[in-house]
Design a binder for this molecule. Structure first.
Ligand code: ZN
Length: 275
């Protein structure tokens, strides 16, 4: 498989392939991973590492996929806690009491698209497949966050909402926060119609860098750059923001892409915990 990235590494452990940021690997107080399509037990359109419970795959297969990913990454399956994610911008603080929610306990977090915690061994899980995963680490306040930023979450500034919640709950100073923008559909492949492009223009950011009109009346959008600017507007220094250069659609044999599969697909997850 052809794979190249300047900022991320492909790790393979017991046939489970997952991505990590080189710069986050240097932070010993956390563990993190982005799953791929490889190394799971799911079949058919979910083959093989599907982390989505709500797309029609067998639940026992998804659970087994989580167990295999956890084993490869060195995270306890029992410590996982997942958001529900329906493209809103609510951020919830979770503790060890919520362990298992959304994975082996029922979801009680409707409309939650981002999670934050300052407890060790609480592994935050978010899902995606073209949408933008955002990870946050504040080594000073010893706190972390994880958010799912689709286009709605992005224009709802969920990245800034997550920073706001970390300030409120953990007295995080945004200057200390390290953020990572994970694999997502890039500007090479993310075409939208006028009404969606308009929402991006209304953000009051430098949209000349993320809204690109095309001759056919549609627009190419750079979700990564939009989220980068939103994180900077929330006070995170640009040198603290690490960016994945992996387009999910261009690399759809390695990672899940909603657009590349026409929606017949599994999903990936990002996992982040304080070690
Ligand atoms: Zn692409």
């Amino acid at each position: 498989m052809f794979f190249t990235s300047k900022t991320m590494k492909l790790n393979i452990n017991d046939a489970v392939a997952y991505l990590t940021f080189n710069k986050l690997d240097e932070i010993s107080s956390i563990k993190h991973a982005f799953s791929t399509r490889l190394g799971g037990v799911s079949c058919g359109e979910f083959k093989s590492m599907n982390m989505s419970f709500n797309r029609g795959d067998k639940e026992e297969n998804v659970v087994e996929n989580y167990k295999r990913l956890c084993c490869a990454v060195g995270v306890n399956f029992e410590d996982l806690v997942a958001s529900a994610q329906d493209h809103h911008t609510f951020v919830r603080r979770v503790t060890s009491k919520e362990k298992g929610v959304g994975i082996y306990k029922p979801r009680d977090m409707e409309s939650v698209d981002a999670l934050v915690t300052n407890e060790r061994k609480v592994a935050l899980v978010t899902y995606f497949a073209d949408c933008t995963p955002l990870l946050f680490v504040d080594p000073s306040a010893k706190a972390i966050g994880a958010a799912h930023a689709g286009w709605r979450g992005t224009v709802g500034r969920i990245g800034a909402e997550t920073v706001r919640k970390m300030r409120e709950e953990f007295s995080s100073n945004p200057k200390n926060i390290i953020a990572a923008i994970g694999p997502a559909i890039n500007k090479c492949c993310y075409e939208v119609d006028e009404p969606v492009a308009q929402k991006f223009k209304e953000l009051n950011l430098d949209d000349s860098k993320f809204v690109f009109p095309k001759e056919n009346g549609k627009y190419m959008i750079d979700l990564i750059e939009t989220n980068r600017q939103i994180l900077m507007s929330a006070g995170i220094p640009s040198e603290n923001i690490y960016i994945s250069d992996i387009c999910t659609r261009c690399n759809c044999d390695l990672v899940w892409s909603h657009r590349a599969t026409g929606g017949k697909r599994g999903g990936m997850c990002a996992v982040l915990q304080l070690a």
